[in-house]
Design a protein around this ligand. Structure first.
Ligand SMILES: O=C(O)C(=O)C[C@]1(C(=O)O)C=C[C@@H](O)C=C1
Length: 287
């Protein structure tokens, strides 16, 4: 076993970490639904578009993000090893530091929020919103920040997942060997679990389909139970009784469930794995 392991606290079990990732799916889907009620409002993402009275020339979202993160930094948000800021030069906390059990090696060293920010602005927002401008700039940016924070937390959680896999006695020696060889490809194979990814994407489609429904009063019986109209709206008829398979008859939802699935398949899972690999490649640096 590596010397580093002796000074670190035991990492949470992989099953516990996966439970957190499942819970974050709900946070992310609801945040996307909240953002999708407003139009694209592309003005908030471009520099020099909104006229700031103090002469600031960046984008409205960047300005807002910095303000929000400054307040959150003051109350110690970014001292937590699962929280990563998008902006820098943030103020010091107004309270004394908290003591977190040392589970990660060099927790602050990997921060891929620039990549997450660009992916979100260029791919996610245009996908989940209607084109155009409804002037709800503050509301849209508030929802953007919630989406960004949830995505960042989920993706950087890969560090804990990687540490848990590294500490697992069944795979520890193999990880040490591959890290020493800097064998990125074999590390990727070792940390990948295709079955878990497939189950995740099926579950996500079912969740996005169900959470995305707009259940109006026309869908409820007088006693408050869901009537046939509601069942159809909820897509319950397209979920087979025995599994979370969803039929191909597309149900109209507040956020496109196929987009949520491709967001995870093409970005969230690959970026989480990228964080896992980067973390592992530096895991033995101080040994
Ligand atoms: O659950 C894991 O083992 C993870 O590493 C997390 C995750 C994910 O991003 O959801 C990433 C890689 C695995 O192939 C499966 C799932």
């Amino acid at each position: 076993m590596s010397r580093n392991l002796l000074i670190l606290a035991a990492a949470p079990k992989l099953s516990e970490l996966r439970d957190t990732l499942v819970r974050l799916e709900d946070t992310i889907i609801f945040a996307l639904i909240e953002r999708s009620q407003f139009k694209h409002n592309s003005k908030i993402y471009a520099a020099n578009e909104m006229r700031f009275r103090d002469g600031y020339s960046g984008s409205f979202l960047s300005w807002f993000l910095k303000e929000v993160e400054s307040v959150h930094a003051k109350v110690r948000r970014y001292q937590s090893p699962d929280e990563y800021p998008f902006t820098d030069n943030l103020p010091d906390p107004v309270l004394p530091p908290l003591e977190y059990p040392p589970v990660l090696v060099d927790p602050q060293s990997i921060n891929i929020n620039d990549e997450i920010f660009n992916m979100y602005i260029n791919t996610v927002v245009p996908g989940i919103t209607a084109q155009g401008d409804d002037t709800n700039y503050g509301s849209s940016a508030t929802r953007d920040i919630e989406c960004l924070q949830a995505l960042s937390r989920r993706i950087h959680y890969g560090k804990f997942v990687a540490e848990s896999k590294f500490q697992d006695p069944k795979t520890h020696d193999e990880y040490v060997r591959l890290i020493k060889e800097k064998n990125r490809d074999r590390l990727m194979e070792l940390l990948t679990n295709v079955h878990v990814e497939e189950q995740l994407l099926k579950r996500l489609k079912a969740k996005a389909l169900i959470y995305g429904q707009d259940l109006s009063t026309a869908s409820l019986s007088p006693d408050g139970s869901i009537n046939a109209n509601g069942r159809a709206l909820l897509g319950l008829n397209s979920l087979s009784a025995s599994s979370s398979e969803v039929s191909d008859d597309k149900v109209k939802t507040r956020v496109d469930y196929d987009l949520v699935v491709s967001l995870y398949r093409d970005y969230v899972i690959p970026l989480t794995k990228e964080v896992e690999i980067e973390y592992l490649l530096h895991r033995l640096d101080n040994n």
